[in-house]
Design a protein around this ligand. Structure first.
Ligand code: CFM
Ligand code: HCA
Length: 530
């Protein structure tokens, strides 16, 4: 395949050997091609990946609005994870801890003499000021290197203040990316929080939303739709979520998995421990939302619920039909590239397709092979030293709360119809000639622009401005720049409006770059003897 060869041929032998496994060009779609993923980046390459702490504190735990999360480490890590992800939350009793960034601000003497004292002091202050019911400690790199016993400090805090205190050893260097941090966070929530509440079983049509982080308000829009149909949302992991609601997550009847990458561990563990099924849903894209709602209705198999689902879908679609037609006219036939962390590059292809935009290049920063190739590949994935480093929990059925929601036979029947405990991955849905790149880097990004000339390139802050300078419409698909929600019905219209604005705005025509009118360097040509 031409474009793949043209990119890879520019690498030296060693880098070529590594990268060729991570770069795939789709042939014979729907394709079963395999791809290398979740392995170490090539040293020295400008990867877009983040770290384990980012995945644990920044992504999974950070959105919990009633938990005082203390970043144990030098101040930079806490500061960088303060509000940048745009995960929003509705205050509880007028308070919302997301506004704050708590950190021990370790200094050199603490690195030399140990940081436990400072951590205890930070917890004392946090408890004194905020009176949280739950405190979480998240370690950054130096803490693991100096060996502070954060678990012992958490145990001390539980006794001292009669609160829940959890310690997460999510030092940045653990694993190969954010992904390790997701797993560590999932383990902690499952071990110490889920199931610790004593609420009675939730109503019949009750769900947890897993892997939805309320970026730009997505969860609010999803909850609006689900509530209209008549669902009860017990807990969301973790967008607009809370310690208080997560404690009773075991009472829900079904788990909905939006971001498979960051939360599949909890979905699986809740199945083993409580027998709660999970289905893969996608609330990004109109077709995807409708399909997800219908799949949920099939799971419950209740005629009234099914009728309400259809009525809400019809009503919501009719409300936005004019906008959809308008933006489709403006966008159809355009092409896009999308490179985000571990799930959106797939989800957003559905939304783009709703408006006639074809995704021609896509990839993830840190997804695993199952996110690309589907869960069928799981038995073939070999564990390496980096993945073995992260604890794998095995749950036993809970004596009190393990319950039958659908019979085994019905489960098997449903499995034929809806994505029950299954995810098909991204590659299968891409077309011939499309390129899929794992752990994409700066050089490859520029090559992709040159070779595919997409109208849109959706990625993150690390390359937003080089894309713009290259004259390509870029939108951050992590934070939605300053916009959102993009989920659900109304979110789809916001998305179409934003990207159509990017394409049709005349503003660039009014700007003359300075280098067009004045030289960036001035000099004088002289003869050496002068
Ligand atoms: Fe899941 Fe996410 Fe993503 Fe992710 Fe992320 Fe994010 Fe993302 Mo940024 S949890 S994998 S670790 S959908 S923070 S809300 S946008 S890279 S594609
Ligand atoms: C993270 C968070 C991030 C970064 C976004 C970006 C987010 O991975 O640490 O690089 O633009 O969504 O905020 O993915």
């Amino acid at each position: 395949m031409e474009e793949r060869t043209r990119i890879l041929d520019q690498y030296g032998a060693r880098v070529y050997k590594n990268r060729k496994e991570h770069v795939v060009q789709v042939e014979n779609a729907p394709s079963n091609q395999s791809i290398a993923a979740n392995s170490r980046s090539v040293p020295g390459i400008m990867t877009n990946r983040g770290c384990c702490y980012a995945g644990c504190k920044g992504v999974v735990l950070g959105p919990l609005k009633d938990v005082a999360i203390i970043t144990h480490g030098p101040i930079g890590c806490g500061f960088y994870s303060w509000g940048t992800r745009r995960n929003k939350a509705t205050p509880v009793d007028g308070r919302n801890f997301l506004e704050y960034c708590l950190s021990t601000d370790l200094q050199e003497p603490d690195i030399v003499f140990g940081g436990e004292k400072k951590l205890k002091q930070a917890i004392r202050e946090a408890v004194g000021i905020f009176h949280p019911k739950c405190v979480m400690i998240c370690s950054t790199c130096p803490v693991g290197l100096i060996g502070d016993d954060i678990q012992a400090v958490a145990d001390w805090a539980q006794q001292e203040f009669s609160i829940k205190c959890l310690a997460f050893s999510c030092e940045g260097y653990k694993g190969v990316s954010q992904s390790a941090g997701h797993h560590i966070a999932n383990n902690g929530l499952m071990k110490y929080i889920v199931g610790s509440g004593d609420a009675p079983p939730a109503k019949r049509f009750s769900v947890n939303i897993l892997g939805e982080y309320n970026i730009g308000g997505d969860e609010w829009e999803i909850a609006r739709i689900l509530k209209r149909i008549g669902y009860d949302i017990v807990a969301t992991f973790t967008g607009n979520g809370s310690y208080e609601t997560m404690k009773n997550a075991h009472t829900a009847s079904l788990n909905l998995v939006q971001c498979h990458r960051s939360i599949n561990y909890i979905a699986e563990m809740m199945k083993d421990k409580y027998n709660i099924d999970w289905i893969k849903i996608n609330f990004i894209g109109l077709g995807a939302v409708c399909k997800s709602l219908r799949d949920m209705a099939k799971y419950f198999g209740d005629p009234d619920l099914t009728a309400r689902t259809e009525a809400v879908i019809a009503d919501e679609l009719s409300e936005i039909q004019d906008d959809i037609d308008y933006y489709r006219e403006k966008l159809k036939g355009k092409t896009a590239g999308i490179f985000v962390g571990g799930s959106r590059s797939h989800h957003y292809q559905n939304l783009l397709a709703d408006f006639g935009v074809h995704t021609v290049i896509a990839g993830y920063e840190f997804a695993h092979r199952d996110d690309y190739e589907g869960r069928g590949i799981l038995p073939n994935i070999k564990e390496d030293a980096d993945s073995k480093n992260i604890e794998q929990l095995h749950m036993q059925p809970d004596e009190k709360h393990y319950r039958m929601i659908v019979s085994k036979e019905r489960f098997e029947d449903l499995k034929q119809e809806i994505p029950l405990a299954d995810y098909g991955g991204m590659i299968h849905e891409m077309n011939d000639g499309n390129m899929v790149i794992d752990d994409f880097n700066h050089f490859e990004t520029l090559e992709l622009l040159r070779l595919f000339k997409p109208d849109f390139f959706f990625s993150g802050i690390k390359d937003k401005y080089i894309l713009q300078k290259a004259g390509v419409v870029s939108r951050q698909m992590h934070s939605y720049d300053y916009s959102g929600p993009y989920a659900g019905f109304r979110g789809a219209v916001n998305f179409a409006r934003d990207i159509s604005m990017g394409l049709n705005v005349p503003v660039w025509g009014y700007v003359t770059p300075p280098w067009k009118t004045e030289p960036t360097l001035t000099g004088r040509l002289t003869h050496p003897e002068e």
